[in-house]
Design a protein around this ligand. Structure first.
Ligand SMILES: *Cc1c(COP(=O)(O)O)cnc(C)c1O
Length: 491
């Protein structure tokens, strides 16, 4: 299986090379040139554990890893040490809506699903490619990736990780989780800019050959823990396949029945994984792409025009506050029939004018993607409604998907079962949740956490208990211009 850059046909890599490099040297994203099929009868999947399903999926995509290597990575990553339930990703069903809880890992957001395995995959990839350099992970985070990546990479030999987050653009719990991170090899830096500024600067550093040489002299090579890395993306396919298997197992569907999947979307990584699951042969009819007020993707799927020239809103679903959705480039590449030249042209327009429009023929490829968005007051009503009617507490990101799902059902009367990707624990965003429930009367988010516990009767996760008295270890805040300098200072 070959991965190629979305921008040049000749820029190719094996799976392990793509994981090690993170991004292609031309600034494009390594993308599979053909999607493997599942090759296992669906009814058989229903008898498998999460780990077994993950093995089937990863083996199909990461073809230069041996079975033993993959099994070892999977066993280490999806252990009872890292997840608080043996199901790994349990489903909470309410009628036709099936909430796929992706937040039972160490940092209580779905990023744990891939970031608990990425360090193991990367370590194997380095060995396979006889790399004698230490790996320097640069990560831009909208709040959840940073913590999950550090939890995965903390004290992993021969790695160093630097996380950039938008100061003032993440929730207080998210920030506290990051700035209390332990590990000799972890660095956390706030920037006076938004997530897009951080991601763009990080991408620029990855493709700066001079900088690569400078860090190489110090014994390092760059890689990425963002969803631009296929080592992030491919493990995410597994939970959609596993979710389908769970629905068969619980008798909610029969093997072969169609389902829809709704995903609260920011950088387009999680929903792209669902798209790959569909391409592998999982019977998915419609993908529901749910955005918050930063609704650049809604506009794109409705009008064929991607336009980043718009205000950037800091919202109550901060992990989706993104205007430049990196992984859309991969979908566009597939929609053009894997035409790197055409994709490069569109991305060039985006870089120079901030917008591009795709023609109808390309857009035809997206006919089974439904896109809409929810604003902040919608989110609060949805959280309240879910609690009042079903006594189920959802986080603001999941609420975005919930609202857009309801709109989709209202519009189409489609009765197909829907999996809603539940991307974070409500405990990560206690202020918005308690605000929705009308109990937001203190400035201290950790007090709100206790109130949420009293309300929901769900115990506080270890991830929250752990930060309560943890000392702050990282305090620097810098301008976007100083990011490169700060990287060199960390070496
Ligand atoms: C990262 C994140 C998202 C957005 O996922 P993408 O893969 O960037 O589209 C949604 N919700 C939460 C809680 C997240 O952490």
């Amino acid at each position: 299986m070959i991965y190629q850059s979305t921008r040049h046909n000749h820029e190719t890599a094996t799976a392990s090379q793509a994981i090690l490099r993170g991004i292609a040297p031309d600034g494009g994203l390594y993308t599979p040139t053909s999607i493997p099929s599942l090759n296992v009868p669906l009814h058989e999947l229903a008898t498998m554990s999460y780990q077994e399903v993950a093995f089937i999926v990863l083996r199909a995509f990461l073809t230069d890893f041996t079975d033993d290597e993959l099994k070892e990575c999977i066993t280490q990553a999806y252990s009872q040490h890292n997840f608080d339930t043996p199901d790994i990703t349990p489903i909470h069903s309410i009628g036709n809506k099936h909430y796929l809880e992706l937040f039972h890992g160490q940092t209580i957001a779905f990023k744990d699903m891939a970031l608990s395995i990425l360090p193991y995959l990367m370590t194997v990839a380095a060995r396979k490619n006889n790399s004698n350099k230490k790996i320097l992970i640069l990560t831009a985070t909208s709040g959840d990736t940073g913590k999950a990546a550090m939890a995965g990479f903390a004290d992993v030999p021969n790695t160093k990780i630097i996380v950039f987050y938008p100061k003032g653009g993440v929730s207080p719990i998210q920030e506290k989780q990051m700035v209390t991170q332990t590990g000799e090899n972890t660095h956390v830096i706030g920037i006076t800019g938004n997530f897009d500024d951080a991601q763009s600067a990080v991408k620029r550093m990855f493709t700066d050959t001079q900088l690569a040489e400078t860090i190489s002299e110090k014994g390092y090579q760059f890689s990425s823990a963002n969803s631009i890395n296929i080592g992030r993306l491919t493990p995410q396919i597994a939970y959609y396949v596993y979710a389908y298997a769970q629905l068969i197992k619980s008798g909610k569907i029969q093997a072969g029945d169609p389902i829809n999947i709704a995903v609260p979307t920011g950088n387009f990584g999680n929903i792209l994984a669902a798209y790959y699951a569909k391409e592998m042969g999982l019977p998915i009819s419609t993908l529901i792409c749910a955005s918050n007020k930063n609704n650049v993707l809604t506009e794109f799927f409705q009008t064929r025009r991607y336009d980043k020239n718009r205000p950037f809103y800091v919202t109550n679903s901060p992990s989706m506050d993104i205007v430049l959705s990196s992984n859309l480039e991969r979908l566009v590449f597939h929609a053009t029939g894997n035409d790197a030249e055409k994709t490069a042209e569109l991305m060039n327009e985006l870089a120079h004018h901030g917008c591009y429009t795709i023609d109808e023929q390309i857009a035809h490829h997206f006919s089974n993607i439904f896109a809409d968005y929810a604003d902040e007051s919608d989110i609060l009503s949805s959280i309240k409604h879910s609690f009042d009617t079903h006594h189920y507490v959802i986080d603001p990101h999941t609420a975005v998907a919930d609202i857009v799902t309801d709109r989709y059902i209202q519009k189409t009367q489609d009765a197909t079962p829907i999996i809603i990707a539940s991307t974070a624990s409500p405990y990560k965003f206690p202020r918005s949740v308690m605000d929705a429930l009308g109990e937001n009367d203190t400035t201290d988010d950790l007090i709100l956490v206790d109130k949420l516990e009293a309300y929901s009767h769900i115990s506080q996760p270890q991830a929250v208990l752990a930060i309560k008295d943890a000392p702050i270890r990282h305090q620097s805040v810098i301008s976007v211009e100083d990011m490169e300098k700060s990287v060199l200072n960390c070496l």
